[in-house]
Design a protein around this ligand. Structure first.
Ligand SMILES: [Zn+2]
Length: 453
């Protein structure tokens, strides 16, 4: 049985190291304690434990006085004996915890704990602890489905997501080997792994079992199954939205199966390449002929006063410039100053209409912003709880006063997310129209097919 090692991040998703972890189960929790080398951790060759113990109640694992400790109450605690820890060199104290029922609740607190299945490894890491769940592949898939797709979606749409989840778990984009795991549970880094649904026969379980062991391949190689929430009627080419994972080069080498495709359901009413005029038509249609038009994510709008823009955007620009991997995508004028905003102009769009480069002319010169996530983050407005724009597939009206000063920016957007690969809302739309998961996956990932691992 293939196991995926999933690091559990803190609730703010900022770190894989915790102060403490709460554990509970409806049956006993059994604990084995080890001292392991990095290589043993990597190989999973744990050998004989130095101690074993079982707990009948909820436990808290933490570093107490610099020693890895677990306990259910003050009278029932296990710590590595200091005599054992002396002269251990580079060996790391590790706990392996298994619930007798194989159902274990894990969280920072009792209230935030989630249901998981598998063995939990806790590694002492300086003054903190690193929890890693050893999760069987199909349970990993079900836990990602729980995090990524509503349970009441059509089963064929959930099966699409199941295949994508399996692809990522087996062939992750991010190299987590230095964290002693394969993937993490954060959607900001890997994909959202939310634990198991407590419903015994959830649609997640049905979708994982129905597609068990299936992965998506292109020319016999497993694909990078990127996905997002809603394409807004048309998806994008990979190279128009992402930079190279390793080198940060933009545009990166195109990926042949991640091509922009129309989500048209009415015989090619939506063009293969969408320009600004098409975006306006699509946004204003009462019933757009696309698979995703049913979703609330399909279209959005926002109105920003010049005051809101002026008070926030220059801060956002400075913060983008402070992020090393973003700096290459922000081109400043020779003054280096973000002046008063005069006008905005789209310089380049992708095949689905997503903005690739946006120019903002200011009183201190022209600024250029490239890549969809950079452009979305540019419009972060904390005072109206806007962390970023839902997508970079938008057009705008610049409202001016009689002196031609910009007083308001109305932004009209389509879709939610980067728009590359499978679109969850569109997949649901196609499933409702009778398409099965292999047809939907073949639509979103060009020239791919399903293979068994
Ligand atoms: Zn990750």
């Amino acid at each position: 049985m293939k196991i995926i090692r999933v690091a559990l991040a803190t609730s703010d998703l900022h770190s894989l190291l915790h102060k403490s972890i709460y554990l509970s189960s409806n049956k006993d929790l059994s604990l084995k304690a080890f001292l392991l080398s990095k290589k043993q951790l990597q190989d999973g060759s744990f050998g004989k434990p130095i101690a074993s113990k079982s707990f009948s109640g909820p436990c808290v694992a933490e570093m107490k006085n610099d020693v890895l400790t677990i306990g259910s109450d003050i009278n029932d605690i296990f710590s590595f004996p200091r005599s054992v820890l002396q002269n251990t060199g580079t060996l790391l104290p590790v706990f392996l915890i298994k619930a007798e029922s194989d159902k274990i609740f894990i969280g920072e607190h009792a209230a935030s704990s989630k249901l998981y299945s598998g063995e939990l490894m806790i590694i002492a890491n300086d003054k903190k602890i690193r929890p890693i769940l050893y999760c069987p592949l199909e349970l990993y898939v079900q836990s990602v489905l729980h995090g990524e797709m509503p349970a009441d979606y059509h089963i064929e749409a959930i099966k699409c997501q199941a295949v994508c989840a399996r692809n990522y778990g087996l062939y992750p984009r991010v190299d987590h080997s230095s964290d002693s795991c394969d993937v993490c549970d954060s959607y900001q880094c890997c994909q959202c792994f939310a634990g198991l649904s407590e419903e015994a026969n959830s649609s997640y379980k049905v979708a994982s079992q129905a597609t068990s062991g299936e992965v998506l391949v292109y020319k016999n190689e497993p694909v990078l199954a990127l996905f997002s929430s809603c394409g807004g009627g048309h998806t994008e080419n990979y190279e128009d939205c992402f930079s190279d994972w390793k080198t940060n080069q933009f545009p990166p080498t195109p990926i042949p199966y991640l091509r922009g495709v129309s989500e048209d359901i009415a015989n090619k009413q939506i063009k293969q390449v969408i320009d600004e005029k098409d975006l306006k038509i699509l946004w204003n249609m009462t019933k757009p002929p696309t698979a995703d038009a049913w979703g609330r994510q399909f279209r959005w709008s926002i109105s920003l006063s010049n005051r809101e823009l002026e008070s926030q955007i220059h801060n956002n620009v400075m913060s983008l410039l402070n992020q090393k991997d973003v700096t290459p995508f922000v081109v400043s004028p020779s003054s280096g100053v973000f002046g008063e905003i005069l006008s905005l102009e789209v310089l380049k769009r992708g095949v689905g209409g997503t903005i690739i480069t946006l120019k903002i002319s200011t009183s201190k010169g022209d600024w250029k912003f490239t890549k969809e996530l950079v452009i979305r983050n540019l419009f972060q407005m904390p005072n109206i709880q806007l962390t970023r724009l839902k997508s970079a597939k938008f057009y705008f009206d610049q409202i001016r006063d009689k002196h031609d000063q910009l007083i308001k920016l109305n932004i009209y957007g389509l879709g939610w997310g980067h728009g590359v690969g499978l679109q969850q809302v569109g997949a649901e739309g196609f499933a409702r129209l009778g398409k099965n998961y292999t047809q939907i996956l073949a639509h979103y990932y060009t020239e791919t097919s399903i293979a068994k691992i």
